[in-house]
Write a protein that binds this ligand. Structure first.
Ligand SMILES: Cc1cc2nc3c(=O)[nH]c(=O)nc-3n(C[C@H](O)[C@H](O)[C@H](O)COP(=O)(O)OP(=O)(O)OC[C@H]3O[C@@H](n4cnc5c(N)ncnc54)[C@H](O)[C@@H]3O)c2cc1C
Length: 385
């Protein structure tokens, strides 16, 4: 037994690992419980590198100056449907990859207290003892001072504590794909390589940029071109798409390699009709496209007794904000700061919650305004007061 405060973290993806690394370094006894029995595989692709993520790495003692965290892009180029360039502006930024963040955070936390194949099934709170107990599907349980639900958009912790708080479909999906930079078709290579490209059409918005390649390889010639194509899809079409190649319905995403074959032809036809040649060609050159549903969520509460939720479990900003990972990092940084500010955990959680709820709602609003404008042509409503 140790007299350190103890935290159980449910979900071992980015939000869970940001929190685990920060609390572990702040003197907490931390265990992570991840449903997947394997290391998590790449969730696909590119992530715009934001300062909050760099700050977590810095606090983990990683020499961020010496580490190459991503691939730089130079210009932001907007193409018209015919391939003409509508605008081109110098706007340097760095894109990293989900797997680079995940592998760095996993290494930082180590394996000993990261438990795979552990699915949370229930939780109980003892208000007198000021403890929380997590019950797992294998029949085991753990008790601690704090439980952090970092279990994503379909969070079990959220469903147990706030069953009415559920994500809502935004009316469009993100088709996605990765192409080796050396396999980019000539017109795509010439027009898109090295920059952040965009193209809009009716009910269609595509963007793309280079990201690190396999095993976080950032050498020229070994990187990947990552594209994300937002397309309006009604609920009936969505239900069809979300049945994977084995006939199994999925909740909100279909990973690489699991999309049913018919959607390949569907994408090629739509690319012909809607995309300028550089993007149309890159979509056609993609071997294993995949898909993610765009959903809206921002909860009113993130704390219930000694259980909290953060990351996508608490708020899912639309990807146009480029903020999902940085919001998860911000939630974790401020939780660690609040817990370091007092030895009273309840006071710390009460201090932590309001700004994090507000952050989730602000990002949700920003993402909805941007996405609804791009995909449905809706003008953002001006807020008064
Ligand atoms: C399919 C997909 C693709 C994405 N691609 C990108 C991208 O390319 N770029 C980008 O910026 N962002 C992307 N995101 C979003 C980004 O990964 C998240 O916003 C960010 O990582 C924070 O997520 P999270 O850790 O809160 O949740 P998640 O990454 O969803 O992780 C939740 C974790 O909890 C585990 N879990 C769920 N239920 C239980 C349970 N009952 N018990 C134990 N463990 C459980 C899951 O297995 C999972 O590992 C993607 C998200 C998904 C789901």
């Amino acid at each position: 037994m140790t007299d350190k405060p103890r935290a159980l973290i449910v979900g071992g993806s980015l939000a869970g690992l940001f929190t685990a690394n920060l609390l572990g370094r702040a003197g907490w006894d931390v265990e992570v419980f991840e449903r997947s029995p394997h290391d998590l595989d790449s969730r696909g692709g590119g992530i715009v590198l934001q300062p909050e993520v760099v700050e977590v790495f810095r606090r983990m003692g990683i020499d961020v100056g010496a580490m190459t965290l991503g691939v730089a892009s130079r210009y932001r180029t907007v193409f018209g449907p015919d391939g003409s360039i509508q605008s081109k502006q110098l706007a340097p930024q760095v894109q990293t990859s989900w797997s680079l963040l995940y592998s760095t955070l996993r290494k930082g936390f180590g394996d000993a207290r990261y438990h795979q194949g552990m699915t949370l099934a229930g939780l109980d709170q003892d208000r007198d003892a000021e403890t929380v107990t997590a019950r797992f599907a294998d029949g085991s349980s753990r008790t601690a001072d704090l439980l952090v639900g970092a279990d994503g958009g379909n969070s079990a912790v959220r469903a147990l504590l706030w069953p009415d708080a559920r994500p809502r479909y935004a009316g469009y999906v993100a088709w996605r794909g990765l192409v080796a930079e050396n396999e980019m078709p000539p017109v795509s290579r010439e027009m898109l390589h090295g920059d952040f490209g965009f193209a809009n059409n009716k009910g269609s918005h595509i963007l793309g940029y280079l990201v690190p390649g396999a095993h976080n390889d950032m050498r020229v010639g070994h990187r990947l071109y990552n594209w994300v194509w937002y397309r309006v899809a009604d609920e009936a079409l969505l239900a069809e798409i979300l049945v994977d190649r084995n006939g199994r319905p999925r909740v909100s995403a279909i990973p690489e390699g699991m999309l049913a074959d018919r959607w390949r032809a569907h994408l090629d036809t739509e690319a012909d009709q809607l995309l300028p040649p550089p993007f149309g060609e890159i979509v056609r050159a993609t071997r294993q496209p995949f898909i993610q549903t765009i959903r809206d969520l921002a909860v009113d509460q993130m704390v219930s007794g000694r259980a909290v939720i953060l990351g996508d479990a608490a708020a899912i900003p639309r990807p146009h904000t480029a903020a999902s990972s940085s919001k998860a990092a911000a939630n974790a940084l401020s939780l660690a700061d609040a817990l370091a500010s007092t030895s009273d955990i309840d006071v710390a959680l009460a201090r932590w919650q309001p700004a994090q709820v507000a952050l989730g709602k602000a990002l949700l609003r920003q993402g909805m305004q941007t996405g609804d404008h791009l995909l449905f042509g809706r003008r953002p409503l001006l807020e008064v007061g």
